[in-house]
Write a protein that binds this ligand. Structure first.
Ligand code: GLA
Length: 593
């Protein structure tokens, strides 16, 4: 077996783009030969190791469309049309999607965003916009359903919808507030909508309490008897772990724009939210802006400033939404979708990564500044196949050193490039991949062996009280709710640059690694790397067992190791750090030896 790694890493010669190698992997001439040889050898002699991704597709069951357990796929009117919508546009879009391959690829939800209503009438009934929808909404919803697609609707938790703050008066008084029951009956029983995005501009205006309000709305949906309506909480920040009790997805950031800085910042805000994703419950990175190329943008929001995406940025945008298991809601005018965008968004490998049955969001396995290596399991938990992203958010080219151990993989790694739809070779231990500015590569790695994970960063852990809301705006009774909440933040000296601060002080302000997996029974040395500004106590509980007290000295802010040994059986364990009475140290990570 010729190792690509040794050939590539050992040669200090000029790099060039190897014609037969994947685009933009720059390697030496010898490396290129080795790469091609390796590839050929594997193709000829090791069919089981190779083409794992193709096998996955061939053997795998077809993706079930509109599966409530996987991220929603569809289109929304907002990014291109804003409130300038009509039955003709919406049904026209649905028709195009049903014939141009988008529906077949899984994009079955056609979501109508802000602007289709005209306040509530004196009888309390929601009125439809007489200019945009002179025939009401029934024909539009039926038109979508007749195509075998699903229809999505929109409202606000308060009295007024977001567009009404921008001057579209049709949204004044159109919100759900005071109308939950009759509006839900109208949307879901009379009209037959299947998805509900509930915005919060009106909610904010009235200083409503998010959790209470969204639970009321969820109860009104439930009261319609419809069990299949998918709710999206649109509060533009991670609302709290309660969201998963009622919603299929929740917006985590402010509105997307079709520009690089917007895409980059949304990804950055979601990198450390992987712990909150589970089957049927996803972080919503907002509607896609793919298809909006620089200089050729079609949007109701103008065409100036940092606007329009390059091809690399578009691939990064779509691929990162896929590997982070965001809903995939197209926002361009899909009646005229650019062919390159169409090919990207219907790429079966990328879609499978997004719709993976495990419903995991990839986590950051390794970071160097603004260069991130992300990973998530493919199809089987703790198996040998893993999806990997190499994401370069820098404004200059970056060469990733890809080490199989960072992904808990070992032996020969067969690499399939999801965007190129091709096997690109095999490496052992490590290899280098150069990625252009703002670009990302997406792979399926299939390894000979899976290793038990050794490093559990705090930024991949679940914080029970985690929320990005500032509830002080509605005078929450428990003032500690806001000030005492733990959060993920950049900390000097922390591995990966990020740690969790502000833990403890009450029972639920805790940190939990929920999926600590061992393939064998054994004695484990758990090492907690943490920093403290004074002597502190934290409690460790494993699988809910009686807690063990761990004392941490005053480390003057430096990270130190706190050790604990324990026998743990093969299987999945839950490791929790907490202190109901006082603060615990800053937690960087847990290492398992
Ligand atoms: C908010 C939402 C957007 C869109 C608009 C409509 O800004 O975040 O996604 O729905 O409202 O007005």
């Amino acid at each position: 077996m010729i190792s690509l790694t040794s050939a590539v890493l050992a040669s200090a010669v000029t790099f060039f783009s190897c014609e037969k190698c994947p685009d933009r992997i720059k390697i030496s001439e010898d490396g290129c030969k080795a790469f091609v040889n390796t590839y050929r050898m594997d193709a000829a002699e090791k069919p089981a190791m190779k083409l794992r991704a193709e096998h996955l597709l061939e053997r795998a069951k077809p993706i079930k469309h509109a599966n409530p357990m996987t991220p929603l796929m569809g289109w929304s009117s907002w990014n291109t049309f804003a409130e300038h919508i009509s039955e003709e546009i919406i049904v026209g879009v649905a028709k195009s999607m049903s014939t141009n391959g988008l529906k077949d690829a899984g994009y079955v939800y056609v979501n109508i965003d802000d602007g289709f209503f005209n306040g509530h009438g004196p009888d309390g009934r929601l009125r439809f916009n007489p200019v945009r929808f002179p025939n009401g909404m029934k024909g539009t919803v039926d038109g979508i359903h007749a195509l075998g697609m699903k229809a999505g609707t929109y409202s606000d938790a308060g009295e007024n919808t977001c567009a009404s703050f921008g001057g579209d008066k049709s949204g004044v008084g159109a919100g759900l507030y005071g109308h939950d029951a009759e509006d839900c009956r109208l949307h879901f029983n009379e009209l037959g909508f299947d998805f509900f995005k509930v915005d919060y501009c009106g909610g904010l205006q009235k200083h409503l309490e998010e959790k209470k309000r969204y639970f009321e709305i969820a109860a009104a949906i439930k009261a319609t008897g419809r069990k299949d309506v998918r709710l999206n909480i649109c509060r533009w920040a991670f609302p709290g772990t309660w969201a998963a009790d009622i919603a299929g997805s929740w917006r985590t950031t402010r509105d997307i724009r079709a520009g690089w800085t917007s895409i980059r910042d949304i990804i950055a805000e979601n990198l450390y939210l992987s712990a909150y994703v589970s089957p049927g419950h996803f972080n919503d990175l907002d509607m896609l802006e793919v298809g909006q190329y620089k200089g050729a943008l079609k949007s109701a929001f103008g065409n100036s400033g940092d606007i329009g995406l390059t091809r690399d940025e578009e691939i990064t945008h779509f691929g990162m939404w896929c590997i982070m298991s965001s809903p995939l809601v197209l926002g361009c005018d899909v009646r005229n979708i650019p062919p390159t965008t169409h090919a990207l968004v219907t790429n079966p490998y990328l879609i499978r990564m997004n719709q993976d049955p495990l419903s995991q969001q990839a986590y950051v396995a390794f970071r160097d500044g603004r260069a991130y290596q992300l990973v998530k399991d493919a199809e089987k938990r703790f198996g040998t196949a893993r999806y990997v992203a190499l994401y370069n958010a820098n404004d200059s080219e970056y060469t990733f050193e890809v080490k199989s151990r960072n992904f808990d993989l070992d032996g020969e790694i067969a690499v399939f490039d999801l965007v190129k739809r091709a096997d690109i070779g095999v490496f052992t231990n490590a290899t280098k991949v150069t990625v252009q500015p703002h670009a990302a590569r997406f792979f399926l790695f299939d390894a000979e062996r899976r290793l038990d994970r050794r490093i559990y960063e705090a930024e991949t852990a679940y914080l029970t009280d985690y929320s990005e809301l500032d509830e002080s705006s509605y005078g929450l009774t428990d003032s500690c709710q806001v000030q005492c909440r733990a959060y993920y933040t950049e900390v000097n000296g922390a591995s990966g640059g990020v740690a969790v601060v502000n833990l403890g002080g009450r029972d639920s302000n805790d940190l939990i690694w929920k999926n600590v997996y061992f393939s064998t029974d054994g004695r484990r040395k758990l090492v907690f790397e943490c920093a403290s500004d004074k002597v502190r106590t934290m409690y460790l509980s494993i699988d809910g067992a009686a807690p063990v007290k761990l004392k941490v000295a005053d480390t003057a802010g430096k990270f130190v190791s706190i050790r604990h040994e324990v026998d743990l059986s093969a299987g999945v364990h839950e490791i929790r750090l907490f202190n109901p009475w006082s603060k615990i140290p800053v937690i960087d990570r847990m290492i398992i030896n």
